[in-house]
Design a protein around this ligand. Structure first.
Ligand SMILES: NC(=O)c1ccc[n+]([C@@H]2O[C@H](COP(=O)([O-])OP(=O)(O)OC[C@H]3O[C@@H](n4cnc5c(N)ncnc54)[C@H](OP(=O)(O)O)[C@@H]3O)[C@@H](O)[C@H]2O)c1
Length: 330
């Protein structure tokens, strides 16, 4: 029987999610890769348990995570049933809908029909009565935003989700979504954008909107799917995401230009006394608007390494300039 680490709440820092009552661990665990039906269930289970032992209370899912789509939620359901059933009130479980999930016009995008049906499926797969955060996974310019935000509001009112969030919305779309939600007496509690050293789009307006509107921010792929670690310094290892047919990181993305920057970043991380993964996490978390860094993992060690990033979180102005220079190829 699994008995969680009694000191888990001393292991990690919690940040307030925008202007809300919700606090999230500074590192959250996503189940996009390595938790699907094709993966080793006992490894997935061990990672979730270790994460919880380290104070990681937040597990991020979506309807389509797998492969096959839906199977990561089934894995989470299995772990909840076997290990975490009595800890439901200590967990923040999120899910999303917005990408294609089933055939036909009702299994994709942002309609009321799709979002309600998808959340019901997610709850069944995980065997839970509610999710803590339900996100619209990506903007849908064909469905009126009033409809999509209206369904997020209704889902929270129905009790099937506690908080509403959006993902991959631009700064302008976020402002508009929050305006509509506010008119219904609802607040968008969290935004989930991609953010890492190789993809800095949120610095160009989104972070300002999130700060002004009091919306929390959980950034996904902070390690650029593993590129911003020491994993690819000497080629593409067989056990890596880039080598797997089911991985979203493609071999072609591991270019010599990227690897040469990663070498320089890796040297800099060493001189700071941490690993490149840890420096990359500290770097995304340097903004006060960023509530949590949402990592993926294939091993327990990777999760432990991420949590240890807290130990050296601060950067000098000189260090930040050096990172900018490396990224710019200077
Ligand atoms: N909202 C959205 O549209 C969206 C999109 C994508 C992701 N997400 C969410 O964000 C989560 C994280 O995304 P991500 O998996 O791309 O995040 P990531 O943290 O950038 O990449 C995780 C991968 O990096 C490698 N890695 C992690 N720590 C490492 C270490 N210390 N040393 C060497 N390699 C390490 C592992 O790959 P290996 O398998 O190679 O070991 C791991 O699976 C997802 O699970 C999902 O919940 C959301």
């Amino acid at each position: 029987m699994y008995i969680p680490n009694e000191t888990r709440y001393n292991e990690i820092k919690y940040n307030r999610c925008g202007r809300s009552g919700l606090q999230l661990p500074v590192i959250s665990l996503g189940l996009w890769h390595n938790f699907g039906g094709i993966d080793n269930l006992e490894n997935s289970r061990a990672m979730v348990r270790r994460a919880f032992d380290l104070g990681i209370t937040h597990f991020d899912l979506a309807n389509n995570y797998g492969p096959p789509p839906g199977s990561a939620e089934e894995t989470m359901g299995y772990i909840l049933r076997h290990d975490l059933a009595s800890y439901r009130d200590e967990l923040i479980i999120s899910s999303k809908a917005g990408y294609e999930m089933w055939a036909g016009p009702y299994g994709d995008k942002g309609s009321r029909k799709y979002l309600i049906a998808s959340l019901d499926q997610s709850l069944r797969r995980m065997g839970i009565e509610y999710v803590d955060i339900f996100y619209h996974h990506r903007p849908d310019t064909e469905t009126p935003l009033e409809e999509t935000m209206g369904v997020l509001d209704d889902i929270v009112r129905s009790g099937k989700a506690i908080y509403a969030g959006i993902s991959n919305y631009s700064a302008e779309q976020t402002q508009e979504a929050e305006r509509i939600l506010k008119s219904m007496g609802r607040h968008c509690v969290i935004h989930q954008p991609k953010y890492n050293m190789f993809n800095r789009w949120i610095e160009d307006g989104l972070l300002d909107v999130l700060r002004e509107e009091g919306i929390g921010c959980i950034v996904f792929s902070p390690l650029a799917q593993g590129l911003l670690t020491d994993k690819y310094l000497d080629g593409i290892p067989a056990n890596s995401r880039a080598a797997k047919p089911s991985g979203f990181l493609r071999r072609e993305q591991v270019t010599s230009e990227v690897v040469s920057k990663v070498h320089r970043l890796n040297d800099m991380a060493k001189s700071r006394g941490q690993t490149l993964a840890q420096m990359s996490l500290a770097w995304v978390l340097r903004h006060k608007e960023v509530t949590s860094a949402l990592i993926g993992a294939s091993t327990i060690l990777q999760i432990e390494e991420a949590v240890d990033a807290q130990e050296k979180a601060a950067f000098t102005g000189e260090e930040l300039k050096k990172i900018d220079d490396i990224l710019a190829g200077k």
